[in-house]
Write a protein that binds this ligand. Structure first.
Ligand SMILES: [Zn+2]
Length: 248
C-alpha cells in the first residue's frame, strides 16, 4: 500500500477530474446515522411532528440516491433507546468499518425564541427567525482533517444547489455559542459530540434545516427539498471518495 500511495498522490489531481474512474463506489462503505429514536425523538416541528420522522425520511431518500449512484454498501443505521444509547451509536458504526459516517438531523432553536400558534385546534411551538442547514465536525475525532474535508465538499454542494446555511448556532447565547470551523460554509466545530468524536471514520453531522420554521418545515417535508439535499450529498460523497482513495 505504501508503494501505491506515492503513485496515488501524484494521481490525485487527475482523480478529481475523473471521479468515476478513481472511486470504487461498490466498496465505499457509508453509514447514514438516523438521528434520535422513537423513544427519544429529538426536536418537535412547527406542526408537531417529531424530528426523528424527518430524519428517517431524509435518510431514506439519501440512501436511495447513493444506491442508485452505485454506492451499494450504504447502510441506514437506526439506533433504538433513549439518550443513554448515544454511546452505542459510534460502537455500532465502528463495527461496520465505514469509510464515511453522516449523521442526519433536523434543527430547532433555543426555547426563548419559540412562539405559540394553533394547528388543527392544538397549540404548537414555532420560530420563523432562522432557517437553513448546518454541518458539525469534531476536531477531537480520529479523522479531523478528512471530516472537515468532507464537510467542505458537502457545504459547497449544498450552496451550489441554492440552499443557504444558518448562522444561529454561532450566536452568543446560552445553548449555542458554537465556533465556526468555516464561517463561509456553515461548518461548526463541536468537538465533544459523542457520535462524531468516537466514530473511527470521517464523520459529519448534518442539520438539514429548521423544522421549527413554519415555511422551512413544509419544504423539508417535501420531495423537492429532500431530493436536492440527497443529490448534494451524493455528489459530495463522489468527490470525497475520489479524493481519499489514494490515502486508504
Ligand atoms: Zn437532532
Amino acid at each position: 500500500m505504501i508503494a501505491r500511495l506515492a503513485v496515488s498522490v501524484l494521481m490525485l489531481g487527475f482523480a478529481a477530474l475523473h471521479a468515476d474512474a478513481a472511486c470504487e463506489r461498490s466498496s465505499f462503505r457509508i453509514i447514514l446515522d438516523v438521528g434520535h429514536s422513537p423513544e427519544s425523538p429529538g426536536a418537535k416541528s412547527a406542526r408537531g411532528v417529531d424530528e426523528y420522522q424527518f430524519n428517517l425520511a431524509l435518510a431514506a431518500v439519501i440512501e436511495a440516491h447513493l444506491q442508485q449512484r452505485g454506492y451499494t454498501e450504504t447502510t441506514r443505521m437506526l439506533t433504538g433507546g433513549g439518550r443513554a444509547g448515544l454511546g452505542n451509536r459510534a460502537a455500532k458504526a465502528n463495527a461496520l468499518q465505514p469509510d464515511l459516517f453522516l449523521s442526519v438531523h433536523h434543527d430547532s432553536v433555543q426555547k426563548a425564541f419559540l412562539e405559540t400558534w394553533s394547528v388543527n385546534g392544538s397549540d404548537q411551538q414555532y420560530s420563523d427567525r432562522f432557517k437553513g442547514w448546518s454541518l458539525f465536525v469534531s476536531q477531537a475525532s480520529g479523522h479531523p482533517n478528512e471530516s472537515a474535508a468532507f464537510a467542505r465538499i458537502l457545504a459547497d454542494r449544498l450552496l451550489a444547489s441554492g440552499l443557504p446555511f444558518t448562522r444561529h448556532h454561532a450566536q452568543a447565547i446560552r445553548g449555542e455559542n458554537r465556533r465556526f470551523l468555516d464561517a463561509s460554509r456553515g461548518i461548526y466545530r463541536y468537538d465533544a459530540l459523542a457520535v462524531l468524536k468516537a466514530t473511527e471514520a470521517p464523520a459529519v453531522l448534518m442539520e438539514a434545516g429548521l423544522i421549527v420554521n413554519r415555511g422551512e418545515e413544509e419544504q423539508l417535508a417535501g420531495a423537492d427539498r429532500q431530493n436536492r439535499i440527497a443529490s448534494a450529498v451524493t455528489d459530495a460523497v463522489d468527490a470525497f471518495c475520489a479524493s481519499t482513495r489514494g490515502a486508504r
